[in-house]
Design a protein around this ligand. Structure first.
Ligand code: BYC
Length: 314
């Protein structure tokens, strides 16, 4: 590696310059982005499953239409992100294989089941709320294609979060059974949602370098705290109780302090031992196999178009 190139790269990034696909970049920077962007894309695609399960059982036509549109949006996010990762020289096929073989991760949060309609709604409120807290700073990521993809993703996530909160409000202000459903969903999704920000800072191997490269703008714990401060106030507005007897406002810092997070559970889920890991991957592999004919047809069509344009140019 040429030290002058590295120096120029570091000072470009330090001065808030964007890195574009054809620019020189250190190999570790490229590999870090491929890892993060592809895993982010996989999370969007696997993330369609827990909510998708409720499309046929949504309680009204309006809720069904909203949920269908939201799940389609998540597919779109996956596609923007796979495209952004492809600009770094990795193919879609390689990324698919990494997911299907279990080499690449996806977000821990999608390995939990959606037991009731309220769970599907709580995903919109809490999981999309966590996602947007994490993703707004990514709009300022140093890698141009990722930052630009995030701008559109965040606009859609903001809508998703609001529809989730509105759905929770309808349940929380409904009958006592509906309110109990909303509380049950909050009980199930609270801890997984705050763990979703990743391990604590002193146990996060990638954070320091990713922050130096301005890929990450805030640490895992900083983003987690931002989310907790927002969600606690929202839970109060809903009249629901956060399932944490140790939760308290720290008067000095102005931040809400939680009890201990169960990191053993988090790592078990990341390593494949969550309640739904096996189901999510079985479903994904089946969908991939059943989509083989679509990929073949798309390739045949692309080849035909290319031959046509080569013929026209000859
Ligand atoms: N789950 O050093 P760390 C969505 C892994 S999609 C599983 O802190 P980093 C949505 C991490 O990958 C939500 N694994 O890593 C979709 C690393 O392992 P590897 C996804 C996790 O990268 C549909 C190891 O732990 N969002 O929002 O600096 C509907 C050490 O961690 C998790 C994104 O992907 C986890 N939760 O920071 C609704 C956002 N956390 O890779 C919503 C983009 C950590 O070395 N990604 N790990 O094998 C990021 O911002 C960062 O990659 C993370 C982790 C904050 C997630």
């Amino acid at each position: 590696m040429d030290s002058k190139q590295l120096e120029a790269f570091d000072s470009h990034v330090a001065g808030e310059g964007k890195v574009e696909p054809k620019d020189w970049m250190p190999d570790n920077y490229r590999q870090t982005l491929i890892r993060q962007i592809s895993q982010h894309a996989h999370s969007e695609i696997i993330g369609m499953q827990p909510e998708g399960n409720w499309i046929s059982r949504a309680p009204s036509l309006r809720r069904k239409m909203i949920l269908l549109a939201k799940v389609q949006d998540e597919a779109g996010h996956g596609l923007y992100l796979y495209s952004a990762a492809e600009t770094l020289g990795v193919s879609r096929g390689e990324m698919d294989q990494a997911l299907l073989s279990g080499k690449a991760k996806y977000s821990s949060i999608f390995n939990y089941p959606t037991l009731t309609w309220a769970d599907a709604v709580a995903i919109g409120w809490l999981v999309d709320g966590a996602a947007i807290t994490n993703q707004i700073p990514l709009c300022r990521c140093s890698y141009g294609p990722y930052a630009r993809a995030m701008v559109r993703v965040c606009k859609e996530e903001a809508f998703h979060q609001r529809q989730g909160f509105e759905g929770m409000m309808a349940l929380a202000k409904g009958t006592s059974e509906q309110k109990a459903m909303a509380q049950g969903a909050l009980d199930r999704w609270w801890w997984p949602s705050i763990a979703m920000f990743g391990p604590p800072d002193d146990d996060s191997p990638h954070s320091a370098q990713s922050m130096a490269w301005k890929i990450k703008r805030f640490s895992n714990d900083e983003l987690r705290q931002k989310f907790i401060d927002m969600a606690v106030i929202q839970a109060q507005a809903l009249g629901l109780e956060i399932p944490d007897p140790d939760l308290k406002l720290n008067e000095e810092t102005g931040h809400w302090q939680t009890g201990p997070i169960d990191w053993d559970e988090f790592w078990a889920v990341v390593k494949g031992k969550g309640p739904c890991n096996r189901q999510r991957m079985t479903h994904r592999r089946k969908a991939h196999d059943e989509g083989a004919w679509v990929r073949e047809a798309a390739m045949a069509f692309a080849n035909k178009q290319q031959q046509k344009s080569e013929k026209a140019a000859a």
